[in-house]
Design a protein around this ligand. Structure first.
Ligand code: DGP
Length: 262
């Protein structure tokens, strides 16, 4: 049964708040320990297998894109959709501003503190690492995770400042590789016209143009490019169609992989 969705997530919601509002949902369409089909993940995704077993698990679905590309709204709509279908699913976002590392990041983004570019890069990465083991546990427990920004933001934003691209990737190696990266593609000029733009440190048109160029260098076989300059509903439709097959293939069994193996 497909429920209509009008769920939106306030930008100020963070991982902690969201987790509290949406406790782990153990409903599943699959019988527990159902006959698991062993499907090997194609290893053309610049990632390495982390776990030889192909147990049923949740999917790791990441949204990426420029500021104001619509990620937060689409994450909320996808969450409602998958919940309506009975899938165990949670919405996470990075940076997770609830942790002590996240609070340092938040102060930096709102221009309340100044940090060296390398230092803030490593803090963003540390913020993902501090959630890595919980991420693995949730996925293995069958929960699909919708993640608003991940390592690709880390590399695209920091390298757009002039930091070395490979140096930016290095601390991300070993994090869990997403099954699907939905890149919400929007011209930087169009994103800049959307409400709220300009509140935080990186929300400047010329900088966002550079970020867009660096994102393109990160595209791999896990990526699907979504034209995000269309209406919310059109984007939502494409997102739902794209995600469904990944959720099913992970339920059937797919090993977890690591990002950017070293
Ligand atoms: P958001 O909460 O999604 O609006 O993200 C806050 C800002 O931080 C946004 O301009 C994108 C940027 N950002 C997100 N993740 C990273 C990261 O890992 N590294 C850097 N340098 N910037 C990031």
């Amino acid at each position: 049964m497909i429920h209509s969705c009008n769920f939106t997530v306030s930008k100020s919601l963070n991982f902690g708040a969201l987790a509290a509002r949406r406790p782990l949902n153990l409903r599943s369409n699959l019988p527990s320990k159902c006959s698991v089909k062993f499907i090997r993940m194609e290893n053309d995704n610049n990632c390495s297998p982390m776990d030889a077993s192909s147990e049923s698990r949740g999917a790791l679905v990441v949204f990426e894109g420029l500021d104001r590309s619509g990620k937060t709204s689409q994450c909320g709509r996808l969450l409602s959709y998958l919940e309506g279908l009975g899938h165990p699913v949670e919405l996470w976002r990075f940076p997770d501003r609830t942790t002590s590392v996240g609070q340092m990041i938040s102060a930096y983004l709102s221009n309340k503190s100044q940090l060296d570019d390398h230092t803030i890069h490593l803090l963003f990465s540390a913020n993902r690492w501090e959630k890595r083991s919980m991420m693995e546990a949730k996925l293995k427990a069958g929960t699909t995770l919708i993640v608003d920004r991940y390592s690709y933001s880390g590399v695209a934003f920091s390298s757009a400042k002039g930091l070395d691209f490979e140096w930016c990737k290095a601390p991300e190696a070993g994090l869990i590789a997403p099954d699907l990266v939905l890149y919400l593609d929007i011209p930087p000029e169009k994103a800049a016209e959307r409400g709220g733009y300009g509140d935080e440190r990186y929300e400047q048109l010329e900088f966002q143009k550079k970020v867009a160029q660096h994102y393109k260098l990160l595209e791999d076989s896990a990526w699907k490019i979504i034209d995000a300059s269309r209406s919310l509903e059109d984007v939502e439709k494409q997102v739902k169609e794209t995600v469904s097959e990944y959720v099913v293939s992970c339920q059937k069994g797919k090993p977890l992989s690591s990002l950017w193996s070293y």
